[in-house]
Design a protein around this ligand. Structure first.
Ligand code: NAD
Length: 392
C-alpha cells in the first residue's frame, strides 16, 4: 500500500498537536468538545458531553489485533502507543516469530497471545474488549463472526467484507451477540476530510453540483504474488482496496448514499499482474437523488489521490486526501490549513469511547454494509458493460 507513510519520531508531537486541535479549538465553528459531531460530518450526534466524559474517565479498553501485517505493524500498533481510551492488549498471529517479536516490543503477556486455532479462547480473556480484524478482505467475515461469538466488540478493516451477504452475516452476528461493530474508516476522524463533510453537507458554498474522486496505487512496482491481486482473498482489485475511499468520499461529501451507479472496467495492459480475476482499473459514476453526480476512478497501475467538489458558489479540492499524512487542500477561498493528526489513534480512541458508553460507532457496520452494496453494484454495472444499476 503506497498510502503507508511511516510514523517516526515526530509522531507523538503530531498526535498531541492534532488531538489538542480537535478537543481544544472551536474547529469549524463548532463548540468545544464537539469531537463526535465533527466526526459524524457535522450531523447531530446524540452522545452527550457527560457520556463522552464518563467513557473518557473509565478504564482503557484492551484491543487485540488480528493479523500482524503491514497495516498493524506500521500504523495500528504504533498508534495504540498514543491512544488515551484503548491500548494494545493482545495479538492474534499465525507466525510464532512475530508473536515473540511483538511480545517483547509491546510487553504483551503470553496469556494475551493467540493464533488462528486458539482464537476463540479470547472469549475467556477479560483483558480483551475489542478485536480488530486486519486480515485479507475475504477473511474479515469469519473472524468478525468468531469475535462476536466470543462476545467482543469488533473493529473490522475496510472493505468490511467481499460480498453483501457476508457483510450482512457479520452485522447479524454482532447484533445477536450484543456487541458493537465498527469499520476502520479512519478519515472520519481527520480534519481535511471532516472539512469536506462540512462544506458539502452544510452547503457552505451552496448546493453541491458535482464531485470528483480518484484513488489509484501502482501495484506493478512490487511483486505480483500478493493477496491483493488474488480475487479469492481480496474480493476484487483497486475498487475494493482503494476505490472504496472514493465511494466513501462522495457519500460523506453529501451525507447520503447514491441512488444508482454506472461503471466501466479499464483495459488490461499488464497481463502478468491482472490475470487472477482482479481488475486493473475501473471508472464509475455515482448518481445521487438530487441529480448530483460523483465521477470516480481507481487503478492499480497509476497513482492518484484526490477528492473535490463543486458547489453553486465555490469549490474545494484535497490532494492527497486519503494518504495517512501530508494532505493538502484548497477551496475557492484559499488554502485549507490543518495540522497532520494521528488519524488511526483518533479513530481507535473514538471507537473505544463509543463502545465504552454503549454507543454505535460513527462508522458502524451498517455503513460498511451500505458501501458493500455500492461496490457490488459498481462491479455489476462494469460486468454488464455499463448498465445503470439502482442501489437497493
Ligand atoms: P498485509 O498483507 O500486510 O497483512 C495481512 C496479514 O494477514 C499478514 O499478517 C498475514 O500473515 C495475515 N494472513 C493470514 N492469513 C493469510 C492468508 N491466507 N493470506 C495472506 N495473508 C494472511 O495486508 P495489510 O496491508 O496489513 O491489510 C490488511 C487489511 O487491512 C486489509 O483488509 C486492508 O484493506 C486493510 N488496510 C486498511 C488500511 C487503512 O488505511 N484503513 C490500510 C492498509 C490496509
Amino acid at each position: 500500500m503506497k498510502n503507508n507513510i511511516h510514523h517516526s519520531a515526530s509522531d507523538r508531537r503530531r498526535f498531541i498537536k492534532g488531538f489538542s486541535f480537535v478537543l481544544g479549538s472551536t474547529a469549524f465553528g463548532l463548540p468545544l468538545l464537539s469531537l463526535s459531531s465533527c466526526q459524524s460530518g457535522g450531523k447531530t450526534d446524540e452522545q452527550s458531553t457527560e457520556e463522552i466524559q464518563a467513557a473518557a474517565n473509565s478504564r482503557k479498553l484492551g484491543i487485540a489485533l488480528v493479523g500482524l501485517g503491514q497495516y498493524s505493524t506500521e500504523q495500528l500498533a504504533p498508534a495504540l502507543q498514543e491512544t488515551a481510551h484503548c491500548y494494545l492488549a493482545g495479538i492474534v498471529t499465525g507466525t510464532p516469530s512475530k508473536a515473540e517479536e511483538w511480545k517483547s516490543k509491546y510487553s504483551i503477556p503470553d496469556k494475551n497471545i493467540y493464533n488462528y486455532e486458539t482464537f476463540d479462547q479470547i472469549a475467556d480473556n477479560p483483558d480483551i474488549d475489542i478485536v480488530y480484524i486486519v486480515l485479507p478482505n475475504s477473511m474479515h467475515a469469519e473472524y468478525t463472526i468468531r469475535a462476536a461469538k466470543a462476545k467482543k466488540h469488533v473493529i473490522c478493516e475496510k472493505p468490511m467484507a467481499t460480498t453483501v451477504a457476508d457483510a450482512q452475516r457479520m452485522l447479524d452476528a454482532c447484533r445477536e451477540n450484543n456487541v458493537k461493530l465498527a469499520i476502520g474508516y479512519r478519515l472520519h476522524y481527520e480534519p481535511f476530510n471532516k472539512r469536506v463533510m462540512e462544506l458539502g453537507q452544510q452547503q457552505v458554498y451552496g448546493k453541491v453540483q458535482s464531485i470528483e474522486a480518484a484513488n489509484s496505487q501502482d501495484m506493478t512496482k512490487d511483486s505480483p504474488d500478493v493477496w491483493r491481486l488474488d480475487k479469492e482473498l481480496s474480493g476484487g482489485g483497486p475498487l475494493m482496496d482503494v476505490g472504496i475511499y472514493c465511494v466513501q468520499g462522495a457519500c460523506y461529501t453529501l451525507g447520503k448514499a447514491p441512488a444508482a451507479v454506472t461503471a466501466t472496467f479499464g483495459e488490461v495492459t499488464n497481463q502478468e499482474y491482472f490475470n487472477n480475476g482482479v481488475e486493473q482499473s475501473i471508472s464509475w459514476q455515482m448518481e445521487f437523488e438530487d441529480g448530483v453526480i460523483a465521477t470516480c476512478r481507481s487503478s492499480y497501475a497509476e497513482e492518484e489521490n484526490l477528492l473535490s467538489g463543486k458547489a453553486e458558489n465555490g469549490w474545494w479540492k484535497v490532494d492527497p486526501v486519503y494518504a495517512y499524512e501530508g494532505k493538502k487542500g484548497e477551496t475557492s477561498e484559499g488554502k485549507m490549513d490543518f495540522p497532520d493528526v494521528y488519524e488511526q489513534a483518533l479513530q481507535m480512541d473514538g471507537q473505544a469511547q463509543r463502545f465504552a458508553s454503549n454507543q454505535e460507532s460513527i462508522v458502524p457496520g451498517e455503513m460498511g454494509l451500505r458501501d458493500m452494496k455500492i461496490l457490488e453494484a459498481i462491479y455489476a454495472s462494469a460486468r454488464s458493460g455499463g448498465k445503470r444499476i439502482m442501489i437497493l
